[in-house]
Design a protein around this ligand. Structure first.
Ligand code: AMP
Ligand code: GLY
Length: 422
């Protein structure tokens, strides 16, 4: 089989390494991938949103199965375009990817179907949003409707911050058309849990839960990032919480999408907050999380490609989705300055002994050697019988990897360890 994985980061590297375990896979292509994953696949220099070029490549190469991993090609209809040419795909069609592509859509869906989430108002007019802020409780959460490279959520502590956020999104168009409408919602509190779930539109099989660390600096300080590290499982996701999530959130969401004529097939990501009133949805993503995938897939004992194909074929009910009961920890190594300006092109040394545990997010070849080429450069994942051992092992591997100005958080997993011991 020839498999194509669309996307180029650490998440895609983790997916590729797992898919390679299937003996029927004879070739695997990453589009565009990055130079740090070249040992594991063939790189295809086409942009992940260049849908006509992706379709041409898939048809000409005789791709048997395509995995569309990032949000933007999914929202743009990459799966629809590939399927139209007879290429079987993993990922939702555009009419279902809207669950991530439009926050107005997803909030209205949750309200209509009674799925627990923060209370909210929608605005498509800046003056009305600004008038609402005069009496809105603080802190308040402002979200651009469309995709915004993970930067479209602002938690405003003061009325001035809230006003600035509305003006920059709606008047200055900081995120372009993604800010034509906004959601202003209630600020919720509690531990966050990420749950990725396979669904074929009927059956829902959640993967092991995980915990992301979104802020750049130790102690959850600094700017929001794409994620600086993850652990799995998430200690707050007890069996009781899991049961409630299945009944109150996962199954109702999949049923609601069917009822809207937008059957979701693929990986549905539930960003949850465990509030004092129970679990609530903070966000849906129409894809695997990054860097959640880097801790979830290493714990998957069943064959990933077989599960993905069962999602495509609507036979997930019969597929085995089994996870190890071990723990996984991923530490992201970033370039100093990320998520703001950072240097690229610095020589990157990854010893062969740790390569099986490394998922490269941003690297390129320059003058015949690997160099950094992104804010998040790579993630190092370890698995072990305890979370503490997984963390120690991941951090020990981090010490063996070198690039100038590398920075990483030193406290990945500490909150999870405290929760387990509390
Ligand atoms: P996102 O960029 O959509 O991943 O959201 C970024 C982060 O904002 C989430 O992980 C939460 O920590 C936070 N967040 C989003 N919505 C709320 C909310 N209603 N209350 C509190 N925090 C929120
Ligand atoms: N780690 C958060 C996300 O993938 O959106």
């Amino acid at each position: 089989m020839k498999v194509l994985v669309i996307g180029g980061g650490g998440r895609e590297h983790a997916i590729i390494k797992k898919i390679k375990e299937n003996p029927a896979v004879e070739a695997i292509y990453a589009l565009p991938g990055n130079a740090g994953m070249a040992d594991d696949c063939t790189l295809v220099p086409i942009g992940a949103t260049d849908i006509p070029a992706i379709v041409d490549f898939a048809v000409q190469t005789g791709i048997d199965y395509a995995v569309v991993a990032p949000d933007d090609p999914l929202v743009l209809g990459c799966v629809d375009a590939l399927e139209a040419k007879g290429v079987a795909c993993f990922g939702p069609r555009a009419n279902a990817a809207i669950i991530e592509g439009s926050k107005v859509f997803s909030k209205n869906l949750m309200k209509q179907y009674g799925i627990p989430t923060a209370k909210y108002e929608v605005f498509s007019d800046a003056a009305a949003a600004l008038a609402y802020l005069e009496t809105a409780p603080l802190p308040t959460v402002i979200k651009a409707d469309g995709l915004a490279l993970g930067k479209g959520v602002i938690i405003a502590q003061t009325k001035a911050e809230a006003t600035d956020a509305v003006k920059s999104i709606m008047e200055d168009k900081k995120f372009g058309k993604s800010g034509d409408s906004i959601v202003i919602e209630e600020f919720l509190e509690g531990p966050e849990i990420s749950v990725l779930a396979f669904t074929d539109g009927e059956t829902v099989k959640p993967m092991v839960s995980s915990m992301d660390h979104k802020r750049a600096l130790d102690g959850d300080r600094g700017l929001n990032t794409g994620g600086m590290g993850t652990v799995a499982p998430n200690p707050y996701y007890t069996e009781d919480v899991a049961d409630r999530c299945m009944k109150e959130i996962f199954l109702p969401t999949v049923a609601a999408m069917n009822n809207e004529g937008r059957t979701f097939k693929g990986c549905l990501y539930f960003g949850l907050m465990l509030t004092k009133d129970g679990p609530k949805v903070i966000e849906y993503n129409c894809r695997f999380g990054d860097p959640e995938t880097q801790v979830v897939l290493p714990l998957l004992e069943s064959d990933l490609l077989t599960i993905m194909q069962s999602v495509t074929n609507g036979t997930l009910k019969d597929a085995e989705v089994r996870f190890s009961d071990r723990h996984a920890a991923c530490v992201i190594m970033a370039s100093n300055g990320y998520p703001q300006a950072y240097e690229k092109g610095l020589p990157l040394d990854i010893p062969d002994s740790v390569k099986p545990h490394v998922f490269v997010a941003g690297a390129a070849m320059k003058d015949g050697r690997l160099v950094t080429n992104g804010g998040r450069v790579l993630g190092v994942t370890a698995t072990a019988d305890t979370l503490r051992d997984a963390l120690n092992s991941a951090y020990a591997m981090v010490q063996t990897i070198h690039f100038d100005n590398a920075f990483y958080r030193h406290d990945i997993g500490q909150r999870a360890l405290q929760a387990k011991e509390a």
